[in-house]
Ligand binder design. Structure first.
Ligand code: ZN
Length: 324
């Protein structure tokens, strides 16, 4: 098994080689090139965080020259568009972004210390689920995925969402990850009827059902859920093959309705950390520039053309790593 931690940081010499011999402006996604004049760029030259900010490039060629000469430790670009990016002034819109870091996934089947192939694959499954909901439920289409070095960024550029504020973005995040237990009582005239989320095959209850299913199938005996004790967790694990078969009613019976409620509440609150919400609600965030080198782990931040087949250990390892 390949562990990202085995990939040691890139030396200044390796960075130079990467930017001068391997990096190509064509690897910067078109959606950034097209709006290059409206974006703020930021750089980290020594490995202490991006402190060289407010950089602006009028043309792709100027960005190219900068990277080849400075060969930075890390390069970033704003998700925001500005009329005056040099002063981060006159904000016009910002991509809607989701950061799924394999290291921070709340339910992992793998218990490795850092990030390995298994963890990265689970991050990829979460990304696939989010994209499915972005397209199917929210009708969004202009969606791009970037391998960040130890996880994935989902970047949405549909005009409808690029102008929405922080509050709307945080509602979208909650919907996508399944962070609220859906209402299960509905009023019909004077009667109250109740439906569990898993009998409603569309809308938010359906999204929630999918996220709960994912979580339950990825729990292990050491997982921690609010208000779920060891005994309850054990019972969930014992009966979870019912969930795999979508036999929710039976699962709820086995667990008991009260305890079932506790489980889904615990999962809902855990789901909030499937993505880094701070990144999604920040209208002025800078994100690692696709094509740039993640020098800490010696991997390329890479635009993902096909998430179904993408393999970071094939597609995001710079040449110099093989020659070490
Ligand atoms: Zn792992």
């Amino acid at each position: 098994m390949v562990k990202i931690e085995y990939l040691t940081p890139a030396s200044p010499e390796e960075r130079k080689r990467y930017y001068r011999e391997e990096w190509n402006i064509k690897q910067v996604p078109e959606y950034i090139i097209q709006s290059i004049q409206e974006r703020e760029f930021g750089f980290d030259h020594v490995g202490r965080g991006p402190n060289d900010r407010y950089k602006v490039f009028r043309t792709p060629d100027l960005l190219k020259r900068f990277l080849k000469v400075r060969t930075p430790f890390a390069a970033y670009c704003s998700v925001a568009f500005y009329d005056k990016p040099r002063r981060r002034d006159r904000w016009t819109k910002a991509e809607l972004v989701f950061d799924v870091d394999a290291k921070d996934i709340p339910v992992r089947t793998c218990e490795c210390e850092g990030v390995c192939e298994i963890c990265l694959n689970e991050a990829r499954e979460i990304v696939l689920g989010i994209i499915d909901t972005l397209k199917g439920d929210l009708g969004l289409q202009n969606i791009h995925v970037v391998y960040s070095g130890r996880g994935y960024h989902i970047r949405v550029l549909d005009n409808d969402v690029m102008s929405v504020n922080t509050d709307v973005r945080s509602q979208i995040v909650k919907y996508l990850v399944g962070a609220d237990v859906p209402e299960n009582e509905y009023s019909l005239d004077f009667e109250k009827v109740s439906y569990e989320h898993f009998v409603i095959p569309f809308g938010y209850p359906n999204v929630f059902t999918k996220r709960v299913k994912y979580a339950i199938l990825h729990l292990n005996e050491n997982s921690e859920l609010d208000e779920v004790n060891k005994k309850l967790l054990k019972d969930v694990l014992k009966h979870r093959q019912l969930i795999e078969l979508d036999n929710w009613g039976m699962f709820k019976n086995k667990i008991g309705p009260q305890r079932y409620r506790k489980v889904i509440k615990g999962i809902a609150s855990m789901n909030m950390s499937l993505v880094d919400a701070k990144v999604s609600i920040d209208l002025k965030r800078i994100l690692r520039l696709p094509s740039s080198l993640h020098s800490m782990v010696s991997m390329k931040c890479t635009e993902v053309k096909n998430i179904e087949t993408f393999d970071p250990f094939d597609d995001a390892v710079p040449k110099f790593v093989y020659e070490r």
